[in-house]
Write a protein that binds this ligand. Structure first.
Ligand code: BGC
Length: 889
């Protein structure tokens, strides 16, 4: 592991601690502050919302602790100033809700801009100032709003048109498949790339809404669209542009056969293989008015998709970072290799000048051979090569549009002359989900794990959660998606992304309730392996648990039920035994039927819970009873009373039933004993699990009171472990525990072992959901202060606001700083270790001594007690920031 990573992490951790303390001491101002964080359907000022009854989200900001919102008022207006609720004024509404608040005004109109603001009343009934004004745009809500036709006939399409006056508002609604780039008067519209997101196009295709107001001008205008094949493997375009004029009046422009088409400089584009761009074929001015159009022909009918058009309501894929390579080498004459120092998804930007017709080749790889040449063996069938053919006009800058690569190294050949430090840049490209979590601690290897997990995770968000980003695959493998979902939610704002992905899953569900291994379905089977199909119920469930999203549950209830009924139709003797992948890529095998039956039970239980939450009482009963039957069948089939093992006693086989409390108490003890021995003695505190067992084993160890052992596992640097990957140069997670670099299946950016990421937050930072309430309305801060770990810090921007847990300890004290969001209530657990004569202070003042309250009660603290044979102090507290310090002898 590189020492700079660890030093940086420790410095960061220290800074976090200091920043936290400094922020705390800021002088409070009086009265409620304006709410912040205004979002609609989880998105900031979204364009193109096609949810007819969208939900509002905000963060109330009240001074002091134990705060709650008691009422709110929302104004929705058609006017930018949003002075009054001319569209909707809900009046002062008594309610603690500030997430998932459903719009309740008159039906929203298609293609309009709405402005909104909110104010909130605190626990004492004090009203706060209005928030800043937020906005949203509705998309085209009815199919008849689309007046254009699907067109094609070239990978560049254009249209000139006149605008009679100044434009006050203009929107372009564009579905350009596989990928498109919209240009207006010579400029690119929007910040997205590789748009629209990949869906099952025959069920649902996404359109992107652009605000093109600032790009249009009075008089002559032109729009141009570049089309790539993407996952559609073809090209088709549908455009609806609606313009409002400052002087009154409207006009629109749609795609039809009056558009012109031509094949432009992109002569080849493929997600896997790369792009070839022949700059000699450029037709300058094609996306501006006044272009001669020589050689362009009329557009033809486009091979439009069969699916419905749906607004893209998730963060677009974007270029999110630019990396300066830290090394350039020259392993063979004419061959230059750039090292980005980080495995990433995206492409390279090239700067070059040279003679017209020179072809410069960029090839990408995750690894190098000892010779210094790039090793592309593990990319299998993906060619991964971008070619740029120079036009020979001074400095030329190129980056591809319709492909992406997963790589760390770029090989440059055919370069005219000798490249310099300015020649190549790495461009990091993925879905632009906000990073909402942070974790750091005093153990360098764990900080390095956090880093490879988050890099691996974000670079595998490309409209759908992918398995990998480099080889001829990049699929929405559902097992990978479900296994990493909690980690992703801890680190990133996944709400809108998963809302879309759950629709993708529903789109591929058939009338038998079956779903598929990959979504959209290209690789793998229908029906899905149950450990893969479970992504449907589990991601829906996590959306409810982490974001408090009950709408997802009702929208998908029928789909989830159909899926569970499908599994039930496959059950034999109460168990679902078919399995393709089992505990995938494990060191020690586990019977696939056990894994499948575990998920059958899990899915049924989730469905029973969902039914209960949605008040479908009859179903809740039926599925709870079905769960009980599966549990019995599971224990009868897999538990061996002679050995005390489930099935073959692999780590995964004993972990899964422990995780879901499938095992009756006697069997639980035996299975746990065997699991402990297997990890500790047989494997010297290493895992032998695949992606399934790995997801649950760390949490089982916690629950069994053995966070220390989980920590030992997480800190390993020998095979098999995360630390082993890091020691061997991983900058993103590997697909396998083994180090492989040949032509076999061994991606070096595969997030599926990243479930350990949520363990860092839950166990070491100690930030946990509480079973009693969804969306962190109640939470539990219970950091495990394991072994030699003296410091850890985690924070999450949750749907209800920021949650922080930062602790440090000395042999005689523990300091825990926490932040609880408005309206939430936390149970805070501080271990006493073996200290006696314990005193607990908050903010420097004693609040607990000699086993009972002492001094003045701290504001916001609801109760304090010593629990678990006095091994810990349990504090209940309302919202606010607290610094607890426990000390003793
Ligand atoms: C993918 C995995 C996936 C698996 C199914 C692989 O090719 O890369 O991540 O889950 O197949 O077994």
């Amino acid at each position: 592991m590189s020492s700079s990573v660890s030093i940086k992490a420790i410095i960061l951790a220290g800074l976090l601690f200091l920043a936290f303390s400094a922020a705390r001491s800021a002088t409070p101002s009086a009265g409620p502050l304006p709410p912040t964080g205004l979002r609609l359907e989880y998105l900031v000022d979204p364009l193109g919302v096609d949810v007819r009854w969208p939900r509002f989200f905000w963060t109330p900001r009240f001074e002091g602790r134990g705060q709650k919102q008691t009422a709110y008022q929302i104004l929705v207006s058609a006017a930018a100033a949003c002075g009054q609720g001319d569209v909707w004024d809900n009046g002062k509404t008594a309610s603690p809700d500030f997430t998932q608040v459903v719009y309740g005004g008159p039906a929203l109109q298609s293609g309009r801009t709405y402005y909104w603001k909110v104010r909130a009343w605190d626990k004492d009934g004090l009203d706060g100032p209005w928030s800043p004004v937020a906005r949203f745009d509705t998309g085209l809500l009815s199919p008849s709003d689309w007046k254009g036709f699907w067109i094609g006939g070239g990978n560049q399409l254009r249209k000139e048109f006149a605008v009679p006056g100044r434009v006050s508002r203009a929107r372009a609604y564009v579905c350009g498949l596989g990928y498109h780039e919209l240009r207006v008067n010579g400029r690119k519209a929007g910040r997205g790339v590789l748009d629209p997101g990949w869906t099952t196009f025959d069920k649902r295709a996404l359109y992107v809404t652009y605000d093109i107001t600032p790009l249009l001008q009075d008089g002559a205008n032109a729009v141009g669209v570049l089309l790539g094949q993407g996952w559609f493997k073809n090209r088709a375009l549908l455009v609806q542009i609606n313009i409002e004029l400052a002087g009154g009046g409207t006009m629109s422009l749609v795609s039809d056969k009056t558009w012109q088409a031509a094949d432009g400089p992109i002569t080849m584009d493929s997600v896997y293989d790369g792009e070839t761009y022949d700059a000699c074929r450029e037709t300058p001015g094609w996306d501006r008015p006044g272009f001669a159009g020589d050689g362009w022909k009329a557009a033809s009918d486009g091979p439009g998709p069969k699916g419905l058009l749906s607004a893209q309501m998730m963060p677009a894929i974007q270029v999110l970072d630019t990396i300066v390579p830290f090394k350039m080498s020259n392993p063979q004459p004419g061959v230059y290799v750039f090292d980005m120092g980080q495995n990433l998804s995206g492409w390279a930007r090239l700067r070059v000048s040279g003679p017209r017709g020179t072809a410069v080749r960029l090839r990408f790889a995750e690894m190098l051979y000892d010779t210094g040449m790039i090793n592309q063996e593990n990319l299998r069938g993906a060619r991964v090569e971008d070619v740029y053919i120079l036009k020979g006009e001074g400095e030329e800058v190129y980056e591809p549009r319709f492909t992406y690569h997963g790589y760390r190294f770029v090989e440059l050949t055919g370069f005219p002359g000798v490249p310099t430090a300015e020649t190549v840049r790495g461009r990091v490209v993925h879905s632009g989900v906000a990073q909402t979590g942070s974790f750091a601690c005093a153990k360098p290897v764990l900080n390095a794990i956090q880093r490879i997990v988050t890099w691996g995770q974000k670079t595998n968000l490309h409209g759908v959660p992918t398995d990998c980003d480099q080889r001829d695959e990049r699929q929405g493998w559902m097992g990978d998606a479900q296994g990493t979902a909690e980690e992703a939610i801890m680190n990133f704002d996944m709400a809108a992304f998963y809302t879309n992905f759950l629709r993708d899953i529903r789109d591929i569900q058939d009338e038998k309730g079956q779903i598929t291994d990959t979504v959209p379905h290209i690789w793998g089977s229908r029906p899905a392996d149950p450990a893969w199909g479970t992504a449907y119920p589990l991601i829906a469930w996590y959306m409810y648990r982490y974001y408090g999203d009950t709408r997802i549950l009702s929208e998908h209830y029928d789909g989830l039920k159909a899926y569970v009924e499908f599994l039930k139709s496959k059950a034999e003797q109460g168990l679902v035994q078919y399995s393709y992948y089992g505990d995938w890529v494990a060191v020690d095998k586990t019977p696939g039927s056990l894994v499948s039956s575990f998920y059958y039970y899990y899915d049924v239980r989730v469905l029973a819970d969902v039914a209960r939450i949605l008040k479908k009482d009859a179903d809740a009963k039926i599925y709870a009873a079905l769960g009980d039957d599966i549990k019995k069948a599971f224990n009868a089939a897999y538990f061996d009373p002679k050995t005390g093992n489930y099935a073959n006693g692999s780590q995964t086989a004993n972990t899964l039933p422990l995780f879901l409390d499938l095992a009756p108490p006697a069997e639980r003890g035996a299975a746990w004993g065997n699991l402990f021995d297997n990890i500790t003695y047989k494997n010297a505190s290493h895992l032998t699990t695949g992606i399934i067992g790995t997801k649950y084993i760390m949490e089982v160890l916690n629950r069994q009171g053995n966070a220390d052992l989980a920590y030992d596992i997480a800190c390993q640097t020998t095979y098999p472990s995360w630390g082993y990957m890091i020691e061997n140069g991983a900058t993103t997670l590997w697909e396998l525990w083994q180090k492989r670099e040949g032509p076999s299946m061994n991606s070096h950016n595969h997030p599926m072992f990243g479930s350990v990421g949520s363990w860092l937050y839950k166990t070491l930072a100690g930030i946990n959901l509480d079973e009693r309430a969804a969306g962190f309305a109640k939470l539990r801060i219970a950091p495990a202060m394991v072994r030699d770990l003296m410091f850890a810090a985690g924070s999450i921007e949750s749907v209800r606001g920021r949650i922080v847990s930062t602790w440090k300890r000395t042999p005689k004290s523990v300091t825990l700083e926490v932040e609880i969001p408005c309206g939430s209530e936390a149970e805070i657990v501080i271990p006493k270790f073996n200290l006696i004569n314990v005193v607990l202070k908050e903010g420097g003042t004693s609040i607990w001594a000699a086993g009972k309250p002492a001094g003045a009660a701290a504001a916001g603290v609801l109760s304090i007690e010593e629990k678990d044979a006095e091994k810990l102090v349990l504090i209940k507290a309302g919202s606010g920031r607290y610094v607890f310090e426990l000390s003793g002898e």
